[in-house]
Ligand binder design. Structure first.
Ligand code: FNR
Length: 357
């Protein structure tokens, strides 16, 4: 078997990536309690860059303290965090990989125990998994949040990141606004699809104003929420077109919300490549105008190669596969794919250590 496509360079906006293998964002609990980069956090990313991955998207970084979702998660909510992030981007760049950071706010999918303050959401509806009543965001707080995303993107650029990714999926705050399932607002941010799109589109606009035209903005989305009354592929294909019109540079396809978390972090029972067809549908809906990334139990480089050959996506995220073997891309490039240490999707170790609260 010859690997051609996954080793081919590609551009996301103006950013050149050396191959199509992406490390998607994965929360680690390796950062400090205030969200600062630690030596361990840096070494972990550096090892994957050294292993030959094209593009690393750093885990969900909270843009406001009340949006923190996990203990020891990385943060990007204050300027004091920039210097640590700069150490990280320098380390990754020294091995030729590109690096983005995912900008996020947990909304109702966290607890006051983790944040140390009250939690907020578009509507006062608790996440069934977290069971804590969020405070409904006021219009003033929504404005502050849009600004927080903009400031976080500015910090990312100052810290030397090559791009940012907006976490618009997995039932977190941006996703909560878009979804009729979690957004029951009666003002301009809720109700119609048009109104529910307002927050995500304002976040994009604000970030673009901060980073300029030649800095890629990637948008991650759950193509389906898999909950009754939630977003379906029919909605998200329409939304994807809006995102492209709004000037995003790539789409990153995933699925699920906390109530359907098996679709966020698929255990072994979920088929490999579970979101490939959704990615293909979205790529078609946007006429391939921007690159599409896809994740979801893609652990076999042969499958990754075929996804790109068949034109179903442009880049392939291999998350747990890169946790299991940081050298995966290098082994593929050197014709030693049979020596790759495989992820078995046991979700022991990578997942269980996140829930320390
Ligand atoms: C994740 N995932 C995830 N997604 C995201 O958008 N932001 C995040 O911070 C995290 N955090 C996270 C932590 C851990 C430990 C895992 C395993 C996963 C989802 C991740 O990006 C990816 O979509 C899934 O892991 C599926 O891809 P793989 O691992 O099957 O290649």
């Amino acid at each position: 078997f010859t690997f051609e496509k996954i080793l081919e360079p590609i551009q996301i906006g103006p950013m050149k990536v050396r191959n199509r293998i992406v490390m998607p964002p994965m929360v680690t609990n390796y950062a400090a309690t205030d969200g600062a980069v630690t030596e361990r956090f840096k070494a972990y990313h550096q090892a994957r860059a050294k292993g030959g991955v094209g593009f690393i998207i750093v885990e969900a970084a909270y843009v406001q303290p009340n949006g923190k979702g996990f203990q020891n998660q990385v943060g990007i909510y204050k300027d004091e965090l920039i210097s640590g992030l700069r150490n990280l981007t320098d380390a990754v760049h020294s091995y030729g990989a590109k690096i983005a950071v995912q900008l996020y706010h947990a909304g109702r999918q966290t607890t006051s125990k983790v944040t140390g303050m009250s939690i907020v959401a578009p509507s006062p509806i608790p996440c069934p998994v977290k069971q804590e009543m969020p405070k409904e965001l006021s219009l003033e707080e929504i404005k502050e949040l849009v600004e927080a995303f903009g400031q976080a993107a500015r910090r990312a650029k100052e810290a030397g990141f090559d791009a940012v990714e907006i976490h618009g999926g997995h039932g977190y705050l941006v996703n909560q606004f878009l979804s009729p399932y979690s957004n029951k607002r009666t003002d301009e941010y809720g109700g119609t699809f048009e109104n529910r799109m307002k927050f995500p589109l304002e976040v994009i606009q604000r970030i673009r104003k901060e980073v300029g035209e030649s800095f890629p903005i990637i948008y991650r989305m759950s193509a389906e929420e898999y909950v009754a009354g939630g977003l379906t592929l029919d909605d998200t294909t329409v939304f994807a077109r809006k995102l492209v019109e709004a000037g995003i540079d790539a789409l990153h396809i995933s699925g699920g919300v906390y109530e359907t978390s098996a679709m966020i972090i698929q255990p072994a029972a979920i088929p490999q490549g579970c979101f490939v067809e959704n990615a293909a549908a979205i790529k078609k809906a946007i006429n391939g105008e921007v690159p599409v990334l896809v994740a979801g139990r893609i652990k076999d480089p042969v499958m990754a190669e075929q996804i790109i050959r068949e034109g179903k996506a442009d880049l392939v995220s291999m998350g747990r596969a890169l946790l299991a073997d940081p050298e995966l891309p290098k082994k593929v490039a050197e014709g030693k794919a049979e020596t790759i240490r495989k992820c078995i999707a046991c979700n022991q170790g990578c997942i269980d250590r996140l829930f320390l609260d």
